[in-house]
Design a binder for this molecule. Structure first.
Ligand code: F6P
Length: 324
């Protein structure tokens, strides 16, 4: 391998820049070339490349977002799009690819490998933490800290006005952010896509909270929660059934995806970036690099794509106990 291409694809997440930096500098360390691909697979199709030496990634370890920009490319889902992308890589002399992204990005990488035998390695980057083969995805830790910081602020108002707040966090298919940030911020109830707690249990829990002397409450909802009601619908439902509650809704939205990465995400990004390049240089491909029990491990990309993460049931129990 003489030249590696690196791209970020799908939703951005804090730590992607630190991973780009690690990939670029590991290439330089091993005296091979590196090219950045702009706007993910779309840039690959349109020939948007830039040679990157170690100085091209100065002062980005602390930055959120991705300097290479990201896209969800529809064209790459077509065979024609992928053919164009492959022709561009060949023209650039790129012989392997590091893809930083989530499940959709890895599915594209796998397809690309199958069609052209092109070596690919994935680095898991998404705030949702929903990728099989790693305990932590890039950006998850930062997003958790962002969410907890914001809920702490909302708690001030909840407590001053004796209010009930429904706070919607990201995670359309996964409740990791909701569950962990919910516990961290002391939420009374947490609604996630993986478990259906039911509306009756929610009302019951809110009644118990009131009866036990709590004057304010925080309920954290993942955007894809299984109850099937969004935060505003839940507000209406609770107000109808418990008029004694003064309810407000806060949807945290994309602020959860931005910001300077935590130290944890920077170190993780650095470790994964080094391993991604060195795996390719050792002649291996079609893996995702991940972190399990503080060890960097390789998972076949196919398993990473097909596998499902699960929320830790123990956390649900812990949340129930500590919110009594
Ligand atoms: O996958 C990351 C994520 O932030 C999800 O939690 C959220 O549902 C989705 O991306 C939002 O995507 P977009 O920024 O394209 O609206």
């Amino acid at each position: 391998i003489k030249k590696i291409g690196v791209l970020t694809s799908g939703g951005d997440s804090p730590g992607m820049n630190a991973a780009i930096r690690a990939v670029v500098r590991t290439c330089a360390f091993h005296n091979i070339e590196c090219a950045g691909v702009y706007r993910g697979y779309q840039g690959m199709i349109e020939g948007d490349f830039k040679e990157m030496g170690p100085r091209a990634v100065n002062n980005i370890i602390n930055k959120g977002g991705t300097i290479l920009k990201s896209a969800r490319s529809k064209e790459f889902m077509t065979e024609e799009g992928r053919k164009k992308a492959h022709a561009n890589l060949v023209k650039q002399g790129i012989d392997a690819l590091v893809v930083i992204g989530g499940n959709g990005s890895f599915t594209g990488a796998l397809l690309f490998n199958k069609e052209f035998g092109f070596p690919v390695i994935g680095i898991p980057g998404t705030i949702d933490n929903d990728i099989f083969g790693t305990s932590f995805t890039l950006g998850y830790d930062t997003a958790l800290n962002t969410v907890v910081e914001v809920i702490d602020k909302i708690r001030d108002t909840a407590s001053s006005h004796n209010r009930l707040f429904f706070i919607e966090v990201m995670g359309r298919d996964a409740g990791h952010i909701a569950l962990n940030a919910g516990i961290g911020a002391g939420a009374e109830e947490i609604l996630i896509p993986e478990e259906d707690m039911g509306l009756d249990r929610l009302l019951d829990s809110l009644r118990k909270s009131k009866a036990s002397g709590k004057s304010s409450s925080i309920v954290v909802i993942a955007e894809g929660d299984k109850i099937g009601k969004n935060a505003f619908e839940l507000k209406d439902y609770v107000e109808e059934n418990m008029p004694e509650y003064d309810v407000r809704v806060s949807i945290l939205g994309h602020m959860q995806r931005g910001g300077s990465p935590s130290c944890f995400d920077r170190v993780l990004a650095s470790r994964l970036g080094v391993k991604a390049v060195e795996t390719l240089l050792e002649g291996n491909s079609n893996y995702m690099v991940g972190l399990i029990r503080d060890e960097i491990v390789l998972t076949p990309l196919e398993n990473a794509v097909k596998g499902k993460t699960q929320v830790d049931k123990e956390l649900i129990r812990v949340s129930d106990i500590v919110s009594i």
